[in-house]
Design a protein around this ligand. Structure first.
Ligand code: ADE
Length: 361
């Protein structure tokens, strides 16, 4: 059944021989286990390889197997993930690790039907783990793979349509090498990163150029079809870094939703002027009402953070509340405890912070 795939001129053979000459040497490719594949694939979703290179060894050192991850504190996992973004991936890994310990005795299963039952593991990741770690001929279809196949066969498909995934999955299933399915999937990943890039693909260097319908039509950048972009919603925030004596006021975000479970500074809706901030402080810190109290408010400027679906426009202020004596410090801390938690600098530095607030941290 594999005779067509084995033909030296087939997509499968051309892609594999290119891969063996040009593949990237990456840490998760050298010593591979099902667990390391899972961790690296979770990190690599929506994050560049160069960024993951730093995080991958540190994460594995702290959490070397599913049991260590399942037993870890969420704060430590989020702290280790800090800066990688899309924190739901870290939380899903923890949930997944607990599930693997409870249902599979801590061993990651090899079957895609079982892999997909693990929280946080979807069809792409199940295919990647099954093929890379267990040599199963399972497609791992992501955006790169969709782009390559849409160009290869000049398919006018929209990547986010669910029918597109099914169509490409079926085509990859036909081409995937039975002998080296993991290499085949990684060859697609490398081709998508190095050659068949979204913009300005390097078609002349492509091992599939003679078979690529889009290239032969001179229309490689017209595939896949782009969906008209919707305007990204914008939210305005005022960020307050409030010092109370030697402590800084922080709070933990709710356990669900955007940046769930991460720490942040005081974050107020809208863009507030210096005067509005002063009024807000007087209202929320009644202990400041003494006539001589002078609040030191220093503008920290504007900052922007772009999430996948939302943009934050922020304006920051650094605030030093006047702590004249220990009673004052106590009164201010009581007011502060209604807003968050004042923490000393060493504890502050150890908290898993929302990277959206990096500019003000
Ligand atoms: N992107 C997603 N998975 C990858 C892998 N295993 N190697 C390189 N890039 C990737």
């Amino acid at each position: 059944m594999d005779s067509l795939k084995e033909c030296p001129d087939s997509i499968t053979s051309s892609l594999l021989s290119w891969f063996y000459d040009h593949r990237r040497i990456l840490p998760w490719r050298t010593e591979r286990t099902p667990y390391t594949t899972w961790i690296s694939e979770a990190m690599l979703q929506q994050t560049r390889v160069t960024t993951v290179l730093d995080y991958y060894p540190r994460f594995l050192e702290r959490f070397p197997d599913p049991k260590a991850l399942a037993d870890a504190s969420e704060d430590l996992v989020l702290k280790t993930w800090e800066g990688l973004g899309y924190y739901s991936r870290a939380r899903n890994l923890m949930r997944g690790a607990k599930y693997v310990c409870e249902n599979f005795g801590g061993e990651i299963p090899s079957d895609t039907d079982l892999l997909i039952t693990i929280p946080g593991i979807g069809p792409y990741m199940a295919g990647a783990i099954a093929s890379l770690a267990f040599d199963k001929p399972s497609p791992a279809v992501d955006g790169n793979c969709i782009r390559i196949y849409c160009r290869l066969h000049a398919l006018p498909l929209i990547p986010s349509d669910s029918s597109t995934y099914k169509e490409i999955n079926a085509r990859v299933q036909k081409d995937i090498s039975e002998d080296a399915p993991g290499d085949f999937n990684e060859a697609l990943m490398d081709l998508g990163s190095l050659i068949c890039t979204p913009k300005s693909p390097k078609c002349t260097a492509c091992p599939l150029k003679e078979k690529c319908s889009a290239f032969l039509l001179g229309k490689q950048e017209d595939f896949p079809v782009r969906k008209p972009k919707k305007e990204t919603p914008v939210e305005e925030h005022t960020i307050l870094k409030i010092h109370i004596g030697d402590k800084i006021l922080v709070r933990k975000r709710p356990s669900t939703g955007l940046l769930a479970g991460l720490y942040e500074l005081i974050d107020l809706p809208g863009t507030m002027t210096n005067k509005q901030v002063r009024m807000w402080l007087k209202k929320n810190f009644p202990a400041l009402s003494g006539a001589k109290d002078d609040i030191d408010i220093r503008p920290m400027g504007k900052s922007r953070h772009i999430f996948s679906h939302l943009r934050w426009e922020m304006l920051g202020y650094e605030i030093y509340l006047p702590v004249t004596d220990t009673k004052k410090q106590k009164d201010l801390s009581t007011c502060a405890s209604r807003l968050g938690e004042p923490v000393p600098p060493d504890e502050y530095n150890d908290l898993a912070f929302a990277s959206a607030l990096r500019a003000y941290r």
